[in-house]
Design a protein around this ligand. Sequence first.
Ligand code: URA
Length: 293
Amino acid sequence: MNERDAALKALEWYTDNGVTEVLESEPQDKTIKIPDSFEGLKEATPDPGTFKANIPPETMPKKPSAKTESDLISSKDARAEAENLVKEASTLEELRKAIADFEGLSVKKTALNMVFCDGNPKAKVMVIGEAPGADEDKQGKPFVGASGQLLDKILGSIGLSREAETPDEALYISNILNWRPPGNRTPTPAEMSIALPFIEKHIALISPDILVLVGNTPMKTLLNTKEGIVKMRGNWHDYQPVSDIGLKLDKPIYALPTFHPAYLLRNPKQKKTVWADMLMLNKKRIELGISKA
Ligand code: URA
């Protein structure tokens, strides 16, 4: 690998681990200067045939290691612990505390703040995203960055707001993961599985009439499907709890998958598709008597 590629790899490794902020106004060259003379180069590199850039080994990206048996067992244990914890949580505050105390998700260690919810807990419409990003991590609130502002506009177009006091106009917002994954990576299947009892208990405590699932991660996790968002959006789905924590719904919960606002920021042409989803959402609210039309 040449020096440039090695430096790029190291940078990629930093980004993957959430080191995305420049803390000093001037960049600093922390690499050891490569001597320009051939003599010096020979000294610095005992075998010129295997010359490598002088990047400290601890900053070099490590190949993702294959999952060991103990990793798999520990995700299973973490999921079992999450299931036990939620069984004991009967209020939102108890659930928030259970998640805050839970040590089974490594994303907790790299995040700045836990992101539990925003909006009105009496809302009839609950929005579920994937995981906090950098802005959400700083503020401890879901969907407060650029994609959150677009989400507010989209839902505002049919009269829904996280600030509304009346349950029919209100929104309640949370995410599958309550901690920002390093570098905003997509949550892994193991993380989604471990977090599932928490979000399912969260849904049960809010007891909304409608779930809006933004993007693939909440849709796949909560509708227990391998299908992609393109196939699943545009239709209503019957939400049924997936995890085995004894949740019984006392009414139907209608789930509407739609595109994630971050995707819309990159593909503005798809906004019309989401507008069609919002019209469906509004029609359902009217049918359920939770919108004035
Ligand atoms: N994207 C999400 O899925 N959730 C947030 O809270 C922010 C961005």
